[in-house]
Design a binder for this molecule. Structure first.
Ligand SMILES: Nc1nc2c(ncn2[C@@H]2O[C@H](COP(=O)(O)OP(=O)(O)OP(=O)(O)O)[C@@H](O)[C@H]2O)c(=O)[nH]1
Ligand SMILES: [Mg+2]
Length: 431
């Protein structure tokens, strides 16, 4: 299943044209996926087939053509740009005498190659095992039907039984390990929240430039490349936004259309970081011919992970490749930034982006200096409990001057417990 082990394998790509929704994949993206997995494209075959067949997905005449092509090209594997059922995959492998991979297997393979962290690796392995296990179950049914079942509990089936048992054990093991890692990550997230820094998550279709922007803003060196799914593991860094202060910025895995459901499941936990962010930066490749479709795909996934109600700023990237578009901020009727046009690569419009981020997040936090007397020691203690105090200066007259930076919601809650309105608090204490 893994292409990784022998990168540079020669692959024949098969893409079906058709009207059915599951056939509406992008042939260009398919090539990029295959290359991202390390395959050498020996041949690209476009098959027009309005009614995919159950046995092979494609017609048997086409299967024969493909078999010839496998021979003449000396191909190592044939990759389909669509989901194959386990039995289609097996029928094709037999007929073509060659390894066959479907779209899900291909994406899983790329994920397996890219995963860096312990958690990422576990997630991919889980998705792969689950992908394999459906295939094992089906082959057992096929086998018993073929052999009539009676007296045929031969070694084949025993092997399958024990394979399945091993799979189940491994799946359980991975799930419990994942649970542990996730608990740790949640703790880390809580402590970030306690530090009371607004959090920003970069989301978007794969290859739109998220990591390029991340590196630029955080002055770090996350892997950015002209490959699909260059980033798999979320990276979180602290960065200073002028006019705003410190925030956390997370780079995340890129999305893709028809992301296999198993993978959305597997990466749910990491993507959920995005659902907890104060602001999403939705990176968009402004010059992609597939731009609108990609935006829609990302919206769908955001909905699935329940992050669609998080405040969002669209970042139209790669303006350097567009004619007649300069970096700028687009605003809604109320004047709120909704879209920023930039080039992360050429470092154009970055100041505008930071400005738009500051404007959007400023609404969420108070940054204010207050002077409290000794009578307000209780209030002072509560502000410290909230981690709202960035700096304290004790004045000679016994008052203390506090530099506050606090989420609006949290301060509102605290003050209402204390029986003070926000307006009164500012009127009495703000400097
Ligand atoms: N021309 C141009 N290319 C860009 C720009 N920003 C990024 N790129 C290129 O786009 C490609 C993808 O960039 P990445 O930053 O890896 O994209 P990503 O969104 O992190 O991709 P995944 O991690 O795969 O989701 C790289 O080749 C970048 O050099 C830009 O503003 N202009
Ligand atoms: Mg990336």
């Amino acid at each position: 299943m893994l292409i990784a082990e022998h990168s540079g394998e020669r692959a024949i790509l098969v893409h079906l044209d058709g009207n059915a929704p599951e056939l509406r994949e992008d042939p260009h993206e398919f090539q990029e996926l295959a290359v991202s997995a390390g395959a050498v494209v020996a041949s690209f075959v476009q098959v027009s087939r309005h009614q995919p067949t159950a046995r092979f997905l494609i017609g048997s005449g086409k299967v024969e053509e493909l078999r010839q092509l496998v021979l003449s090209e000396g191909a190592d594997l044939v990759i389909f740009n669509h989901a194959l059922t386990p039995s289609q995959e097996r029928n094709l492998e037999r007929a073509l005498e060659c390894r066959v991979l479907d779209r899900i297997g291909l994406i899983l393979d790329i994920f397996a190659q890219r995963a860096q962290t312990y958690e990422g690796k576990l997630q991919v392995e889980l998705a792969q095992l689950e992908h394999i296990s459906t295939r094992l179950v089906r082959s057992r049914t096929d086998l018993s039907r073929q052999q009539g079942g009676i007296g045929l509990r031969g070694p084949g089936e025993t092997q399958l039984e024990s394979d399945r048992r091993l799979l189940r054990v491994r799946v359980r093991q991975i799930k419990s390990r994942l649970e542990k890692v996730r608990n740790q990550r949640q703790l880390a997230r809580r402590s970030r929240q306690r530090a009371d820094m607004p959090s920003i998550s970069l989301v978007g279709y794969t290859n739109t430039g998220k990591s390029t922007l991340f590196n630029l803003l955080t002055e770090s060196q996350v892997y950015a490349a002209d490959q699909l799914f260059a980033t798999l593991d979320p990276t979180v860094r602290r960065v200073q936004i002028p006019e705003l202060g410190a925030v956390t910025l997370a780079d995340t895995v890129g999305f893709i259309r028809h992301l296999p459901h198993k993978l959305v499941e597997a990466f749910r936990a990491t993507l959920e970081e995005s659902a907890n962010a104060d602001l999403l930066l939705h990176m968009i490749d402004a010059q992609s011919p597939e731009r609108d479709e990609q935006i829609q795909q990302v919206q769908n996934v955001l909905q699935e992970i329940e992050a669609d109600d998080v405040r969002m700023l669209e970042v139209y990237n790669k303006v350097d490749l567009l004619d007649n578009v300069e970096p700028h901020i687009q605003r809604d009727e109320e004047g709120k930034p909704i879209r920023v046009w930039i080039s992360a690569y050429k470092e154009q419009g970055i100041g505008l982006l930071q400005q738009a981020i500051a404007e959007l997040l400023e609404e969420e936090i108070y940054i204010v200096t207050v002077r409290l007397s000794q009578q307000q020691s209780r209030l002072r203690a509560k502000l410290f409990d909230l981690n709202a105090v960035q700096e304290e200066i004790h004045a000679e007259d016994g008052t203390s001057v506090l530099k506050l930076r606090v989420a609006k919601m949290e301060l509102d809650k605290l003050l209402s417990h204390e029986g003070i309105t926000v307006a009164d608090f500012f009127a009495q204490f703000a400097q």
